[in-house]
Design a protein around this ligand. Structure first.
Ligand SMILES: [Zn+2]
Length: 105
């Protein structure tokens, strides 16, 4: 059991935890509930932490975390229906509403 990282934001910790779990890495969030309740403690003692349960997963977890922290900038994509160029953040073609190839939508 090893601490992977400290996150100053529970929402982010929850998101990363879910991503790690979905990659098959067992982990847990600590300090989930005490944030804000203990005003006298230094912030680094009350920020949520992500712990990796099995040390064998640690390297994989660190690699994944690096990707989560620095999401690769993806390129615009061409609609396979109408050929329109769409910005990366759109999951559907703005012109014909076709789903992006490979998207889960
Ligand atoms: Zn289209």
């Amino acid at each position: 059991m090893t601490r992977l990282t400290q996150v100053n934001n529970l929402l982010l910790a929850t998101l990363w935890h879910a991503q790690l779990e979905s990659a098959g890495i067992a982990c847990e969030i600590r300090n989930r509930f005490i944030g804000g309740a203990v005003g006298d403690l230094p912030p680094d003692m009350v920020s949520p932490e992500i712990w990796v349960v099995d040390d064998a997963d640690l390297n994989r977890a660190r690699t994944l975390l690096r990707e989560l922290r620095n999401p690769p900038k993806r390129a615009p994509w061409n609609c396979f229906q109408c050929g329109e160029l769409n910005e990366d953040q759109f999951a559907q073609c703005w012109k014909c509403q076709s789903s992006r190839p490979g998207s889960a939508v």
